[in-house]
Design a protein around this ligand. Structure first.
Ligand code: HEM
Length: 558
């Protein structure tokens, strides 16, 4: 006699029920005791209401730095812990805490975490795909994403030597060429000040050219170059992959198996294109090396390829160049563009006037200022403007993730090794206990008046401690020269129809991107004195002659 389907279901039901119960209990035990990498840290408050699997990841919204800043204010906790999916993390929101963790305890906080998307998928896969194209190495590697080890230490040392002291002097011709090319392109494209323009593309090309010239001795001679457009759009996409917000699968492991692959595919395509142009530039350098040997103005790639002291591998060379290109381009561009936006506002008119007066008090003439600004930072107001721009609009709001390298004690709490760590530069840079009641205002004068009271690192735009940006002096010099030349050349005013949004949160075109780029705006740039400016261009053309080969040069439009 055959049994009915109902009968057989009833007979297996107890077994299914027991298996489900055991599995359910197992999952609960796993989630309770084993899912999160580290147990709660006693003595550091935890933001309430973390979700079971995602923790606080989605609660941080699309703009993680702003939400963290709001939590710090709401709960009165400058330092708190959250769960980013399965990873416990601490976010530092005040100047003092950021300083204490990253400077005082720098040997304990100098590691960087390994992320599934960036290190596990994108780097590993494209490294394999492109083997044979000289790229034997991990394609995504940059110093800024590498864990702390002997290799990273060596790479930091090498990069540091290119961006300080005598190396900065050698960069003068290229800095002259690029900043003059930017100012003169704006001058002629705006019909000598008659038409408004959007400054973005000029500053993007400037920042990219500064980095390609520094690293490879090549540049884009026109803002219309199609490869320039491609690279800029790829850089935008790559930036979105570095953002914490854009990669939930790094923190919530089951998402890795739930159809996030389309995004990985895009990342790999873009990175592959980027790797191709980076390796083409390196191969060009390698090909021309015999002819250029002995020339005084070697670029970084040439110096790396001819190094005989550090024992650099091909992977070191590629990691260093990749790190310089990605570290420098977006940060310089985004700092410059929002500062121009701020200078164009009604409040910015007074800043421009003070800046111009200060410049004229330390240099003999506009021509001298235009020429000498590449050698030293003599105008305190412009130096203050640079600092204030970085304080008020740090391009990276939540700094690149760190990981603790060893255990240490913070205010009685035992901070474990392997903990994910974020410095919230947006919050720390506006800490009223350090910058005073006007911390929420853009005020370059603060660095002239009471600025001496703010201890190093003065602000956290460059990070701090053992993994601080390797190019602080170099970046400050570039920003000084860019702002000074712009202010000596023009009066900058907002467009009536498309002014800049300068609100410290709302100015960003994409709140979720890791690097904060200002939304588009237009400005009018009225030359202060056309004849003097044209003389400055000619002098600069003379002085920077030979900074690049004729193939990449950009004769003045006149
Ligand atoms: C306005 C300009 C710049 C800003 C605001 C900036 C900001 C930063 C920040 C926040 C970090 C992470 C620091 C930390 O974790 O404490 C960093 C790292 C780095 N930056 Fe910059 N940067 C700028 C320009 C540059 C330039 C021009 C270069 C190259 C020429 C560069 C190369 C690097 C490198 C190689 C690292 C990785 C350091 C490491 O992980 O050990 N940066 N930068």
């Amino acid at each position: 006699m055959s049994s009915s389907p109902e009968m057989s279901w009833l007979s297996v039901f107890p077994i299914v029920a027991i298996i489900s119960l055991v599995a359910g209990v197992g999952i609960l035990v796993y989630l309770r005791f084993f899912y999160v990498d580290l147990p709660p840290i006693e003595g550091i408050p935890e933001v309430p209401n973390g979700e079971l699997l995602a923790g606080h990841f989605y609660k941080l919204g699309s703009d993680h730095a702003t939400t963290a800043e709001t939590w710090a204010q709401k709960y009165g906790w400058p330092v708190f812990q959250v769960r980013m999916g399965k990873r416990r993390a601490v976010i530092l929101n005040s100047f003092d805490s950021a300083r204490e963790w990253t400077v005082k305890n720098q040997s304990a906080t100098l590691d960087r975490p390994w992320f599934y998307t960036f290190h596990g998928i994108i780097s590993a896969t494209s490294g394999r795909e492109l083997a044979g194209l000289f790229l034997m190495s991990d394609s995504a590697a940059t110093i800024g994403t590498s864990p702390w080890d002997e290799r990273t230490k060596k790479q930091r040392r090498v990069v540091g030597s290119f961006t300080t002291g005598p190396s900065m002097r050698d960069m003068r011709p290229m800095l002259d060429l690029e900043t003059c090319a930017m100012v003169s392109a704006i001058y002629y494209d705006s019909a000598k000040g008659d038409v408004e323009l959007s400054p973005h593309i000029y500053q993007k090309r400037l920042a990219l050219n500064l980095m390609t010239m520094f690293c490879y001795g090549t540049r884009f001679a026109s803002i219309k170059d199609p490869l320039l457009g491609q690279i800029l759009s790829d850089a935008n996409t790559i930036a979105s992959f570095r953002s914490t917000k854009a990669n939930p699968q790094d923190f919530i492991p089951h998402l890795r198996y739930m159809g996030g692959n389309a995004r990985n595919q895009t990342a790999m395509e873009v990175r592959k294109r980027r790797d191709t142009w980076l390796s083409t530039m390196l191969e060009n350098i390698r090909g021309n090396l015999p002819m250029n040997l002995g020339s005084k103005k070697m670029n970084v790639a040439e110096m790396l390829l001819t190094d005989s002291q550090e024992g650099l591998t091909q992977m070191d060379i590629k990691t260093i160049l990749g790190g310089l290109m990605s570290g420098g381009f977006e940060t310089i561009f985004s700092t410059v563009i929002i500062t121009i936006g701020m200078l164009s506002t009604p409040a910015g008119q007074a800043m421009q006037q003070k800046a111009y007066d200060d410049i004229m008090s330390v240099y003999e003439s506009p021509e001298e200022a235009f020429e000498q600004c590449l050698n030293e930072e003599k105008s305190p107001y412009i130096a203050g403007l640079v600092k204030e721009a970085l304080r008020f609009y740090p391009p990276l709001k939540l700094l690149p993730a760190r990981q603790t390298y060893k255990e240490f004690i913070y205010q009685g709490a035992v901070i474990p090794k392997g903990l994910l760590l974020y410095v919230n530069a947006q919050a720390a840079n506006r800490d009223k206990s350090v910058y005073g009641p006007d911390a929420e205002e853009f005020h370059p004068e603060r660095w002239l008046e009471g600025g001496a009271d703010v201890p190093p690192p003065y602000h956290f735009a460059f990070g701090a401690g053992a993994r601080m940006c390797t190019a602080v002096n170099f970046s400050n010099r570039m920003l000084y020269a860019i702002f000074l030349r712009l202010i000596v050349a023009f009066k900058i005013e907002a467009s009536k129809t498309m002014p800049a949004n300068t609100h410290y949160i709302n100015y960003k075109e994409d709140a979720a991107a890791s690097n904060a780029v200002a939304s588009d705006f237009r400005i009018r740039l009225t030359p202060r004195d056309k004849q003097t400016l044209e003389k400055c261009f000619e002098r600069s053309e003379e002085l920077s002659e030979g900074a690049t080969s004729s193939q990449y040069s950009e004769p003045l439009k006149r």
